[in-house]
Write a protein of this length. Structure first.
Length: 151
């Protein structure tokens, strides 16, 4: 057999082997990707069962309003828990529950305080919070507002 034919036989064998190896590698990585995708989708389903999604509005009373839409919080969280996950909060606990002293450094004073309300979809209007923020439990789709108000 001449040297040229032998070279092309080895080259053909090399390309066949690399093609087969590439084929099996692509199957392996495809199954790995599908497995990772299935795991991700399962985790997202579990996460959905363990979280509540809410929208929170922070009204600083000076025309500045910041929305935190699609905020994910643990299921069975209070408004206080959710608020502390979104913004920097100082609060005190009294006989009736938690009272917010400041949000993001804006403190209440003798003329101002932080008040919360929720959007009532049936009424189509905002309703002042009937209890302290640590007593109000949140549900999926709730819309909450913190407002810096003047006495």
């Amino acid at each position: 057999m001449n040297l040229g034919k032998q070279f092309w036989m080895w080259m053909a064998a090399f390309f066949v082997c690399t093609t087969i190896t590439g084929f099996y590698a692509s199957i392996f990585y495809y199954t790995q990707a599908e497995s990772a995708k299935a795991n991700y989708e399962g985790l997202m389903r579990d996460l959905k069962d363990l979280t509540t999604i809410i929208d929170v509005k922070i009204d600083y009373g000076n025309g500045t309003i910041v929305w935190h839409n699609g905020t994910m919080i643990p299921t069975n969280s209070s408004l206080l828990t959710a608020t502390t996950r979104i913004v920097k909060v100082e609060y005190s606990i009294g006989d009736f529950g938690a009272f917010i002293l400041s949000i993001n450094g804006l403190k209440g004073d003798s003329n101002h305080f932080w008040s919360w309300s929720y959007f009532d979809r049936e009424k189509g209007d905002w309703v002042f919070g009937p209890v302290a923020c640590d007593k109000w439990m949140l549900h999926n789709g709730d819309i909450i507002s913190w407002t810096y108000v003047e006495f």
